[in-house]
Design a protein around this ligand. Structure first.
Ligand code: BG6
Length: 504
């Protein structure tokens, strides 16, 4: 449902029930349950709503509610007792056995009971926050139990939300797609990339669309290069099992390319479902795949070793972590350069670096403009370029650096910044975060900020030759080690330095 308030269009979800598979997992505890709770707290949940959480652990609803309460207190800074009690009333627990058809039949009966109790009839979404190996099994069994049918009540709908990773290579992503298509229509499938849900990412489209000063110069005539940095200070934090098979390049690829798409795509005709999806698809079809020579010259892979200190103790390296073999060559850092072969971006390099155990958390997109010739001041040899920093998180700001005249009776130039903080005004503090936004959009049936199967195929097609070359011919692109909490392998700096540039 859309509400127009002056120039404002707001997404408001209709009444529905949510089913959370993986309800006892880490992702549920850290992100999904806090997001539901925050929607409740800020009165953004539908008026009639229930949340049925499913997990393999045997426990009853009372025990589950107690564990959720404890987690919410840990992961939400603002969990007051009255809000907690009100929210937990909406939550129930069903012990899951994803391999058993009997579980899904029992779940269907339980959901009918919850529907009847709340007055929500057959409008449900199923959030798959389980290990990816069970995605297909769950989809098949949901279908077999009739839970994906969109009939049986007026306005009935059934949606599946799928967490990443969407497959672990091209073949498995295609298989997942094929099988899903047998069980659910594409309009029922919501593939999550929570980066698209970040306010600061969405604001890039706004910046480009409704500020005339940018779009006219948003191209290779004016822009020298684009840089995307995604740094985290955390290591793999107990996710070695997952990480050993994925590595940073595959783990973060979707986030990188979704950000690149928002920066680089043509502005869509409409900011609704297909408009954005089609613009992204056209952009991805222009991304130049890396040749073997490109992979050798223009990719860098690294792994964190021991180093840095937290709470007074030296941090262990990746290979010393629990569940990791001492000779693991899984990368925890990845950098690359790529090009987009279309009118707008021909010849403009896109540099990307992403890593764990970096000196701090920092997600940032930088647009570096071409150097000015200085006009009438050309003789002075201007040394700076205009740089637009789009700070995505944790700092949420836009900084545009300008060349200005240095104050005083002499002619020299100085670099000054114009800065815009996103959360400056009170009403900007308590807006939905990324996971809240994705729940809201899924409940409202808005697929605009979800990922299409074509996006997934593009990404796997792009990354597969890279990881295969790393695996099959490691001598051509060796794994480089960097100390924990350092800025990554120096080769990531050389990637730009050899082009006469530097990271911002
Ligand atoms: C996830 C990755 O998708 O994104 C994690 O699997 C990563 O490895 C996380 O830590 C980063 O998300 P955010 O929103 O904290 O930047």
């Amino acid at each position: 449902m859309e509400h127009k308030v002056g120039f404002c269009i707001e997404t408001i979800p209709g009444d529905c029930g949510a089913v959370l598979f993986g309800g006892t997992g880490d992702l549920a505890a850290r992100k999904i349950l806090p997001a539901f709770f925050n929607l409740y707290r800020t009165k953004l949940l539908p008026r009639k709503f229930y949340l049925a959480a499913c997990g393999r652990t045997a426990m009853d609803t009372a025990a589950y509610r107690a564990s959720v309460k404890e987690k919410l207190k840990r992961f939400c800074g603002n969990a007051g007792e009255a809000d907690l009690a009100g929210f937990l009333e909406l939550v129930s627990y069903v012990k899951a056995d994803y391999d058993s058809p009997g579980f899904f039949t029992a779940l269907a009966a339980e959901l009918d009971r919850l529907d009847a109790g709340t007055g929500v009839f057959k409008r449900r979404f199923f959030y798959l926050a389980t290990p990816p190996a069970s995605f297909l099994q769950i989809a098949r069994r949901l279908k077999a139990a009739g839970l994906l049918d969109e009939t049986g009540a007026p306005g009935a709908w059934a949606r599946i939300l799928i967490e990443k990773p969407y497959g672990y290579n091209l073949a498995s992503a295609i298989e997942l797609d094929k099988e899903l298509a047998l069980n659910a229509g594409e309009e029922q499938v919501y593939r999550i990339d929570h980066y698209l849900m970040k306010e600061t990412i969405q604001n890039i489209l706004t910046l480009r669309s409704v500020n005339n000063i940018f779009e006219g110069t948003w191209n290779g005539r004016f822009i020298d290069n684009v840089q995307i940095t995604v740094f985290e200070d955390l290591g793999v934090e107990g996710r070695a099992d997952y990480f050993n098979t994925m590595g940073t390049a595959r783990d973060m690829l979707s986030h990188i390319f979704q950000m690149a798409a928002i920066v680089a795509m043509e502005l869509p005709a409409s900011f609704r479902d297909m408009g954005v999806k089609e613009a992204k698809a056209r952009l991805f079809s222009s991304v130049r795949k890396l040749s073997e020579e490109d992979i050798v010259k223009n990719t860098v892979r690294g792994q964190y070793g021991p180093g840095g200190k937290k709470a007074g103790a030296e941090l262990a390296g990746y290979r010393q972590g629990a569940g990791v073999t001492p000779d693991s060559d899984t990368e925890t850092f990845f950098a690359m350069k790529f090009y987009i072969d279309n009118e707008r971006w021909r010849g403009v390099p896109f540099y990307v670096r992403v890593g764990k155990r970096m000196p701090g958390k920092k997600t940032r997109i930088v647009i570096e403009y071409k150097k000015s010739d200085g006009g009438v001041f050309g003789f002075a040899g201007l040394d700076y370029t205009n740089v637009l920093h789009m700070n995505i998180q944790p700092e949420e700001s836009l900084i545009l650096s300008l060349n200005t005249k240095h104050p005083g009776p002499k002619l020299c130039f100085t670099r000054r910044d114009i800065k815009l903080n996103y959360r400056q005004h009170t009403e900007e503090y308590d807006v939905p975060g990324d996971y809240e936004r994705l729940l809201l959009d899924a409940m409202a049936g808005d697929q605009t900020l979800f990922v299409s199967s074509g996006d997934m195929n593009f990404m796997w097609n792009f990354i597969t030759p890279i990881v295969e070359l790393w695996r099959n011919r490691p001598e051509l692109a060796p794994l480089l080690f960097y100390p924990s909490l350092s800025a990554g392998p120096k080769e990531a700096g050389l990637l730009l330095k050899k082009d006469g540039r530097a990271w911002h």
